[in-house]
Design a protein around this ligand. Sequence first.
Ligand code: SF4
Ligand code: SF4
Length: 489
Amino acid sequence: MSSTHQTAEPILAPHFRADRQDQQGLSGKLRALGITGSAFAAIQADIQPTVRMVGDERREVTLCDHNCTVEVDSLPTGGQYTCPAALSLNLGNGRPELVPTDLLEQGLLRTVAGIRIARGPFLDTVFPRYVQDFAIPSAVASALLEATDTDRVQVNLFGGSPETHPGYLSLVETLHSNGVEVHLTTTGRKIVRDAGFRGAFLQSPPDLLALGADDFASPDDAAALFSLPVDQLSAEWRKVPWQHGQRRKAVEAAQIVRLAAETTHFPQLLFNVVMHQRNLDTVEELLDVLAEHAPAAWLNPYPVQTGFLRQPGVFDAGELDRLSAFVDLMLDEHRRRATGGHPRWMVVPRIHYWLMLRAAIDTAADPAVASDLVAGTGIWTCFDRPGAGRCVQIAARGQPATSRFAGGHLGCFWNTVTVTDERQVWAMSAEDIGGWIFRDRLALARSSAEKCQGCAFPRMSFDSISLELGLGEAVRTAYLRARRTFLGY
Ligand code: SF4
Ligand code: SF4
């Protein structure tokens, strides 16, 4: 662990001194560090699943119009990761049919209601046990309880380009009118290309628009794209073959940044930055470029995930050293933000996430094990303890389709063989959905023949309570040690 952190006073230590009890100040710091959030739970809903004929089988797939894979037909695409929704992996015959808007709305609102039902048992039984098992000081526990005892829910609309669903605009209005915070994770293609849609989109914008920013060839490439005028960006996009989905996303991200700069009332931007072997060396420069061209955007870097695919981590010993230094940088950023300093970047506040990565790198003597941990294997799961999975995913099932419309399954977008329920949310009661969140999800995982090995997707581990409840045994002790060093408890 870096010496600066070992010698610096833990960030929250002043609040634990008998003569410095200041609950408000402590709550503010917990918020600044991302330890508490703004909602009880989140939903991540893939709204683009469809049924495709693959051979003579009706299969549930996500209708993504991009192809983020490392290769297609053994030819490299320039991509650095393989997404299960990628176009080349889901080619099929027949006209795809999406879930109708009324069913989607019904399913999402019922899931929001199910989450609100699950909050009661969470606060009554899960939370008190968590406070005890994880040695949470009483002042921190009070702040966590206050932040968690809320009806607020976030919904992240997801699945490639979810705004291409014909019911997207109505869905956002319905969710907003039910007090839900709406996030949209997209490539942005339709917002860029369709001026008519863009006007309607901006009438009822999502609260947050998340884009990928890990697809640039280099920071210089990103800076060059960000500096191009809109028409040249369009020409650039047309040159990219369909197989190179990550490159298309890079150009689209630049197009959205241009639009955001030229449009009033554009939604808050967030850039997801997956750190992989090709960009790890230059990720700081890339964050600088993003901060220069989109200064108000949140930045969300995290290491590439392969554990959910049952594949090993990708980083060697030297790359882990670089990741380790980056983790320390992130921890410094959080310290600065919470102690009145000037952070270099608008990094999404989430100190617990960086403490988990710190623990993963520190605890494994063998670089191959550390590499697997940061790629998800054994670091965290949504299904081993109740309360870990407070990001509720709705996605396709990855099995032969048994009903007319695909999707709507409580489960996981990335790994469909561990916690995915065969029922569809629009056909479930809110009580049944509430029961899945902390009970059925765990039972499904126990009976899964090929259980997911875990993940370190920041959105999945949600807030500090969920992250700590889901920590793998391999990192738990090191995590608690790092938490004491950095936070003071
Ligand atoms: S755009 Fe997103 S959902 Fe589509 S293939 Fe790429 S990473 Fe997957
Ligand atoms: S741990 Fe849970 S959320 Fe993460 S990939 Fe596995 S099943 Fe999905």
